[in-house]
Design a protein around this ligand. Structure first.
Ligand code: FCB
Length: 490
């Protein structure tokens, strides 16, 4: 069913009403004649001191320059150049030309006032064949970018794998189907962290196991476009978390003291249908089970009984030593949160049922992106309740929107602003209850190559004209600047 703009706006409004309670303090301020929304007047809408505000991008989505300075193809080059795989045959050949325009892009961040930037390093720039000899010219780009960020007072947060696997590894060993890729990833991660950790103090190993394995290796909608089943699929999932664990160990062995390591996962965010004890309990259990292949095994060092029973004869093969590597202690946990999975208690043995989104449930132009602001509360809360995670980052959050450039050249993306305001209200709810969320990275700094959707779904708070490469702040950039300025929901 296609939603009208009215439906979308109606639901965002309802979400805001249902979730943004005025505190007694703010209500008191209002009674005393002070505007409740004046900076700092509304105590409960403020984030903790030192909260990190950032923006995020990823290498293949913005860099372009795919054949420059020794970079060789990744699986995304191959996939996007295969007819029919991306919307209108779009590729990342040029994308935002960030490889050449990074200085200007750092100025966009500076104007926003962000304290942090999450970017990813392209493995095929550093090791063009995946393994073997490193390519110093490829790493040089990240040296330049990091220096530019630091000179502008912005902390670099580097992701080591945001899906651009060197094609050579896909060709030679089947990519993540093979443990050799997990080992190659660890070598690349250790090498890169060793080189950059004099200035980069935070690394994320892998971005979204749950996307690159499931959408790329199972559904075939992302690179490398495979449709694995059974044992091959379970083993691929295992190799991905093993790659993460081995990389954590390699980074610890080679990086400068004080380097912090984590990951950025798109867990299923299990939201109770009603916030009563029974549904909350069901949602917490669902959070363990629905994330068993990735976050749960990383946190617990074991696959859940339910996961192994479901896999049956297809269960992955692994050793105790591998489980130990997979569950290597982390300095922080990043979660990319866009959309809720609603869960209810159902009296069954497993204790929960997932409630499918009704056809009328509002979503962004990206059909997978259902709008449920409380996801930004329940995601961190489950991490804290289930596994006592002490340092949580929201490594991505944002939305696509049908942006249109107005006559005055501006994009008035009021729907994105509504989305962000409502989601941030729920994040603020989490921090005000003591859930240890330390930072938030908005996806994305600017419109970019949105994978199989090509350039059709824009997620940026800066509009990009892909013909001229001109970047223009949208209304949502003004909104975010104000959030950062106040350290509060604006
Ligand atoms: C996430 C990806 C990111 C971007 C957003 C919209 O799943 O990590 O690269 O495409 O979705």
């Amino acid at each position: 069913m296609k939603l009208t703009r009215r439906d979308f706006a109606k639901s965002l409004g309802a979400a805001a009403l249902g979730t943004t309670a005025l505190s007694a303090q703010a209500a008191g301020a209002a009674l005393a004649g002070k505007p409740a929304d004046a900076p700092q007047a509304s105590g409960t809408r403020t984030f903790p001191q030192g909260f990190q505000w950032g923006s995020a991008t990823a290498s293949y989505q913005v860099e372009g320059a795919v054949a420059e300075d020794g970079r060789k193809p990744s699986i995304w080059d191959t996939f996007s150049h295969t007819p029919g795989k991306t919307f209108e045959g779009a590729t990342g050949d040029v994308a935002n030309d960030h490889y050449h325009r990074y200085k200007g892009d750092v100025q966009l961040m500076k104007a926003l006032g962000v304290s942090s930037y999450r970017f990813s390093i392209a493995w095929p720039r550093v090791f063009p064949d995946g393994t073997g000899a490193p390519n110093p010219k490829g790493l040089d780009f990240y040296d330049r970018l990091v220096d530019e960020l630091l000179e502008n007072g912005i902390q670099p947060y580097a992701t080591l794998y945001h899906w651009d696997l060197p094609q050579a590894l896909q060709d030679s060993v089947g990519g993540w189907q093979s443990r050799e890729t997990s080992e190659a990833f660890a070598k690349y991660a250790g090498y890169t962290a060793g080189k950059l950790s004099d200035r980069v103090k935070q690394f994320f190993t892998i971005n979204e196991f749950g996307a690159f394995v499931e959408v790329g290796y199972r559904m075939g909608v992302h690179a490398p476009g495979l449709q694995l089943k059974g044992a091959a699929l379970y083993q691929t999932r295992h190799n991905a978390v093993l790659g993460h664990g081995l990389a954590v160990q390699a980074i610890r062995a080679s990086a400068a003291p004080g380097t912090r390591v984590g990951l950025a996962e798109n867990m299923a965010i299990c939201c109770p249908v009603v916030e009563s004890d029974v549904h909350i309990k069901a949602a917490r259990e669902a959070a363990r089970q629905l994330n068993a292949a990735y976050m749960t095994v990383i946190q617990e060092g074991a696959y859940t009984d339910l996961y192994l029973a479901t896999a049956g004869k297809d269960a992955p093969t692994y050793t105790a030593e591998e489980l130990k590597a997979i569950s290597s202690p982390l300095d922080f946990v990043g979660v990319n949160i866009y959309t809720p999975t609603y869960v209810r208690a159902d009296g069954s043995a497993q204790g929960y049922a997932v409630v499918p989104h009704p056809a009328s449930f509002p979503h962004a132009p990206s059909p997978w992106l259902y709008v449920g602001p409380e996801a930004l509360y329940w995601g961190p809360r489950h991490l804290h309740d289930l596994w006592k995670v002490q340092d949580i980052y929201i490594t991505e959050n944002g939305c696509s929107a049908a942006d249109a450039v107005a006559a005055d050249g501006k994009v008035y993306d009021t729907d994105r602003v509504a989305y962000l305001r409502n989601y941030l209200s729920q994040l603020q709810r989490a921090t005000s209850e003591g859930v240890p969320v330390k930072g938030y990275f908005l996806w994305s700094l600017m419109d970019n190559f949105e994978w199989a959707d090509g350039y059709s779904n824009r997620f940026g708070i800066h509009h990009v004209d892909f013909t001229t490469q001109v970047r223009t702040p949208k209304l949502s950039a003004d909104f975010y600047r104000e959030v950062i300025r106040r350290n509060a929901v604006a």
